[in-house]
Design a protein around this ligand. Structure first.
Ligand SMILES: [Fe+2]
Length: 205
């Protein structure tokens, strides 16, 4: 049974967990360049948060109106001065993205479902050439430096994908590029539809 008091309790527990995790994130980011070892430390933090399925109940994070073709992104936490920002993504099986970078560092951790990440390098013409591929599901994570390129395909699973996305900046403060396979051009973007804020008062601003 999922009563309003259950929901309120999850919300309180979620606030506490997010505050604790994002405090650890800002400590990890202090005093040094954002390199691969530091990203790996951030991955461990995100994996620990993603293991808290009790605070990420599917009923608190509904899919968008067109749940077959679209994903929803929930802003869970925005640090003071618009620094590291944490989102949750609810995405349908089969959803794909074109190759893209993030314009900032990114750490992704799985809660439910499996997200396939195809990584790329740019070839001499600047076109994305596939390199390694990995699946991120519950307990797993992936991390990308600002210029690193990936694409996503949501794998078949009984439930919609739910994953955590930690970025160095809020989405709208980044300048990302995606590769348009028809025009063979990289296209800059700084926005996406269906971003919703949740518990915004829990932020540390
Ligand atoms: Fe991405």
């Amino acid at each position: 049974m999922n009563t309003s008091s259950d929901m309120a309790r999850r919300r309180e527990n979620r606030r506490a967990a997010l505050r604790s995790t994002m405090t650890a994130v800002s400590q990890l980011l202090q005093g040094g360049a954002l390199d691969r070892p530091r990203l790996e430390s951030l991955q461990r933090e995100m994996e620990a948060l993603a293991a808290r399925t009790d605070i990420f109940d599917a009923s608190d994070f509904p899919p968008p109106a067109d749940a077959v073709n679209n994903s929803n992104m929930f802003e869970l936490w925005r640090s003071a001065a618009d620094g590291p920002t944490l989102y949750a993504s609810v995405a349908p099986v089969g959803l794909t993205t074109p190759p893209h970078n993030h314009g900032t560092w990114a750490v992704i951790a799985g809660v439910r479902g499996v997200e396939e990440h195809q990584c790329y390098q740019r070839d001499a013409r600047g076109y994305p050439q596939a390199t390694n591929r990995m699946n991120v599901g519950p307990g797993g994570s992936a991390a990308f430096l600002p210029d690193e390129i990936h694409s996503i395909r949501i794998q078949p699973a009984p439930a919609p994908l739910f994953s955590l996305h930690l970025y160095g900046l809020p989405f709208e403060h980044t300048e990302r590029d995606f590769f348009d396979r028809e025009s063979l051009k990289w296209i800059r973007y700084s926005a996406r539809p269906n971003i919703r804020r949740i518990d915004p008062e829990s932020n540390d601003a």
